[in-house]
Structures are given as structure tokens and as C-alpha cells.
Write a protein that binds this ligand. Sequence first.
Ligand code: ADP
Length: 319
Amino acid sequence: MKKIGVLTSGGDAPGMNAAVRAVVRKAIYHELEVYGVYNGYEGLMEGNIKKMELGSVGDIIQRGGTILYSARSEEFKTDAGQQKAIEQMRKIGIEGLIVIGGDGSFRGAEKLTQKGFPCIGVPGTIDNDIPGTDYTIGFDTALNTIVNAVDKIRDTATSHERTYVIEVMGRDAGDLALWAGLANGAETVIIPEQEESFESVVGKLKRGQERGKKHSIIILAEGVGSGVEYGKRIEEETNMDTRVTVLGHIQRGGSPSGYDRVLASRLGAKAVDLLLDGIGGRMVGIENNIVVDHDISDVLAKKHAVNMNMYKLANQLSI
Ligand code: ADP
């Protein structure tokens, strides 16, 4: 392989730039030519592709978002769209593609690989919802953003003796909520994988109030439903002064944490190594601090599982 491409796709995540940097530098280190594809699969079909140099990725390791931009494309889901993308790459002589994104993006990478164009997936999403890796790039940064925000809200919750419902991201996964719940010492964590009954949450709030608790923090994963609705129900049921904060897109941005930068560097480099060995159809990941790779179709066939021991611990520590 002499020429490879790299793109970012789906929802952006802090650390994607560090991954792009690692891919470009590692490729050039091994004397490959490397091409950046702009706007994800949309740009791939349009041929929005530029050769990257060492300097193209200078000064980006610390930046959130993605310098290659991201997009969603319906056309790419069709055979014709995928064929168009492959033709664009063949025109330039690109022989392998690294896709940094979430599971939707990996489905695209799987399709291209099945059509004879080797792709490697690098998990980049704040949701931590991809099987075959302990962490996805962006999760640690988003977690820290949430932890800092909840610390601030806690000050006000205590001053005003309020109950707060804080809705956090994660799509269908409860990881961000669970980790933030533990890290913030929240009274309650509600995740889609193990939904606690409303009655049980209310019971806990009332017992806390009787014990003289000054505030209560409930962290609700977006996969469970609307925080605003949940807060309304809590207030109606308990008569406690209840406020809701939906953290929203602040969770997706910002400078990546040290951990995410290191993870992105390791995974991006591994993706290049696989293509150099002529291997496609894999996803790279980290398991027990070892960089691993798995068949991308196997990854897509599995369902991410939240760590239930951690969920139990969060409950034990918040009695
Ligand atoms: P994420 O990668 O963050 O999960 P999406 O689910 O939006 O984000 O997927 C990103 C893009 O990947 C989509 O806009 C589409 O172009 C492509 N994609 C998603 N699903 C498929 C699929 N089944 N086949 C081919 N391409 C897909």
C-alpha cells in the first residue's frame, strides 16, 4: 500500500484531531502518502480529498472538533453512493481508508470493505457505546466536562436546597451518566440499561430529605428520556424545589483530555499499521490498556454493555 485516506464521520468528539494527526504522521513516517477526506462520506463521494503533509496536522492535537469536518450522508448508504466513493479514491490511487467515527460510520466502512476496499475503523464518539474497546475517543473529555458542570450545579443545589435533574448525553448508552454519577457523588443515576422505577427514586429523595440532606442530584442519561419531563414529575410527586439542566452540546466540544489524546494517538497509529500489513475490515480499540483490533462486522453485531458492577457501586455509595 502506497496511498491511504482518512476521514472523520458522524458526531464529532474531542480527540478526533489527535487521531487524524496520528494517522497522518504515522503514515508519513512509513513513507506512505496520506490524503484527508473532508466532510466524511459526503466529501468522499464528491472527491473533496486533499493530500496531507506533516504540517497539515500541526497544532491540532489540543483542539476539539475535527479539522476534516464531519457530515451525515443518506446517499452513501446506497450501493451507488459507495461505488462513487470507491471510484473517487481509485482515481487518486488511494488503496485503504481509515474511518474515525461511531457505529454508523463503521457500517459504511464495513460496506466499503465488502466491496473490496479495505477500511479500518477508529472509535471516536463521546458515548462510549462501541463493543470491542474499553473506551472510545472523546469519552474521557466529555466525562470531565460533565463532572465540572455538575460540581458547579452542586454549589447552587446546596445553597438553595434544591433537587437537580441533570440530563447528559450518551445516546442509548448509560456510560457517561454512570461514570459522571460516580465521579460526582450523585444521589441517583438513571440509565437506559437498568432503569430504576420512578417510585424508588422518589422514595430515595424523601428518605434523603428526612435525614436532612441539603440537596439531591439526579443524573439522567438522555437514552431514558427528557430531563425536563422527569424533573416535572419529581416536583409534582415530592413538592421539592426541582430544577433541570440539560447539558447539551457543551459535552461534545472542548480541548481533549490527556487520556483522549494518548488514546487517539495509539489507535490512529495502529490503524495505519493494519493497512500497512494489507489488513482491512477491522476496528482498533483498547482493552486492558493493550491496543487490539477486531473484525468490524463482529463489533457491529454485538451490543455495548454498561458495567453493571459500577452501577451497583454507584447505588451503594449514594445511600
Ligand atoms: P456515527 O458514526 O456517529 O454513529 P451516524 O450514525 O450518523 O454517526 O453515521 C455516519 C454516517 O455513516 C451516515 O451519515 C452514513 O453516511 C454512514 N452510514 C451509517 N449507516 C450506514 C449503513 N448502514 N451503510 C452505509 N453507510 C452508513
